[in-house]
Design a binder for this molecule. Structure first.
Ligand code: B12
Length: 311
């Protein structure tokens, strides 16, 4: 059975009602040029030591392999812009200033699953994904009409900017897809490319080997000297290529209080982190994305930011 435009419209209204900031619907095929882009990205070694980006290659490029029977993907955006962050001794990326988004968005998507069931009046097969599954999320978001890919490689929504999380509900429903894509509005601007202190951005996309975000969150090895000098105080993630983007200048603060700066930011300092043990670290940073780095890495990042200068 295929569904009407009215079903799609009601699903969209339900998603906004639940607190998502934007929603689009697309079929589940990854565009051929993105498949090629992804292959080239790996071929250049841009994934650095993130081997998980090479694993499950087929699933990432073929949503049918990840969720057999998938027909429509409901793509959701959650805005997290948190305004002027209070001066912190060390810089934490905006996405990690509030609560960890993974669980929160999954919960919201579970509610959306229930709403969709009410709207279509029957059970259906679906699976929610946020960030961790082998899904080419930005690609699906572009296809669902939610924005364009900037030179900083981020999805930029025309009103929400790029401080948005992407989440998807894979479904076996034949929903009416959004076919109007947003035109790329970067033009000749290359502020992000020029602002990146470690020159991670180029026509080939983002080279994780040079990216501060990669080195301060994902990498398991010590930060190389060349990158240390570029840290500029960043100790967990980096937003430089988003902070300079003109499309983020006028965005409003996110409406979800979960993504506003939390108390945990006060504990990101050498004194506290070297005094506590790992158990206390887990307690202090419970429910936040900083757990991903762990205490020792965070400490090392702070040391690196100090020795790299600019603090
Ligand atoms: C690996 C990863 C990283 C790596 C590599 C980042 C990268 N640019 O590839 C590192 C650790 C560096 C990283 C950093 C960050 N990440 Co990250 N990351 C991911 C992850 C898990 C996979 C991304 C991936 O597949 N990269 C490989 C490249 C080749 O793919 P891609 O960038 O998605 O690009 C595809 C499409 O965009 C399209 N495409 C690319 N260029 C163009 C151009 C045009 C014209 C078109 C039409 C299409 C197109 O084709 C590409 C694939 O073929 C995703 C979650 C997911 N499952 O998708 C989150 C994700 C991309 N990250 C996210 C976030 C929030 C961040 C940070 C902002 C965190 C921070 N503040 O430190 C930074 C941003 C750095 C940056 N400029 O990208 C969000 C991004 C939201 C957004 N608005 O785009 C995601 C989507 C997680 C989520 N669910 O919200 N990340």
């Amino acid at each position: 059975m295929s569904f009407s435009q009215e079903h799609s419209a009601r699903i969209k209204a339900a998603a906004l009602q639940l607190g998502f900031d934007a929603i689009g619907i697309t079929d589940a095929a990854i565009p051929e040029q993105d498949v090629k882009r992804y292959a080239a990205w790996l071929q250049h070694g841009n994934q650095a030591k993130m081997d998980y980006m090479k694993n499950r290659y087929d699933m990432r490029l073929n949503p049918q392999a990840l969720f057999p029977g998938v027909k429509s993907v409901i793509v959701l955006l959650q805005a997290y812009y948190n305004g002027d962050l209070q001066e912190q001794p060390y810089k934490i990326a905006r996405y990690a200033a509030g609560k960890d988004y993974h669980k929160r968005l999954k919960k919201r998507m579970n509610k959306l699953q229930a709403s969709v069931q009410d709207i279509i009046g029957r059970d259906f097969a679906s699976r929610p994904f946020v960030d961790t599954a082998p899904v080419l999320e930005r690609s699906l978001a572009v296809k669902a009409g939610l924005g364009w890919i900037g030179k900083n490689t981020c999805l930029i929504h025309p009103e929400l900017g790029s401080y948005v999380f992407i989440a998807e509900l894979f479904t076996d429903l034949d929903l009416v897809p959004d076919t109007n894509q947003v035109k790329n509005r970067c033009g000749n601007c290359k502020r992000c490319v020029d602002a990146c202190p470690s020159m991670a951005l180029s026509n080939h996309g983002l080279d994780a080997r040079r990216c501060i975000s990669y080195h301060t969150i994902e990498s398991k090895t010590d930060i190389p000297d060349g990158i240390k000098q570029s840290l500029n105080g960043w100790v967990f993630g980096c937003d430089i290529c988003q902070e300079v983007c003109p499309h983020n200048k006028k965005v409003l603060k996110a409406s979800d209080p979960d993504f506003m700066p939390g108390k945990h930011l006060d504990f990101v300092n050498l004194d506290y982190l070297s005094r506590i043990d790992d158990d206390q670290f887990v307690k202090t940073f419970a429910g936040t994305s900083l757990l991903r780095a762990g205490r020792i890495k965070l400490l090392k990042n702070i040391e690196a930011a100090k020795t790299g200068g600019n603090q």
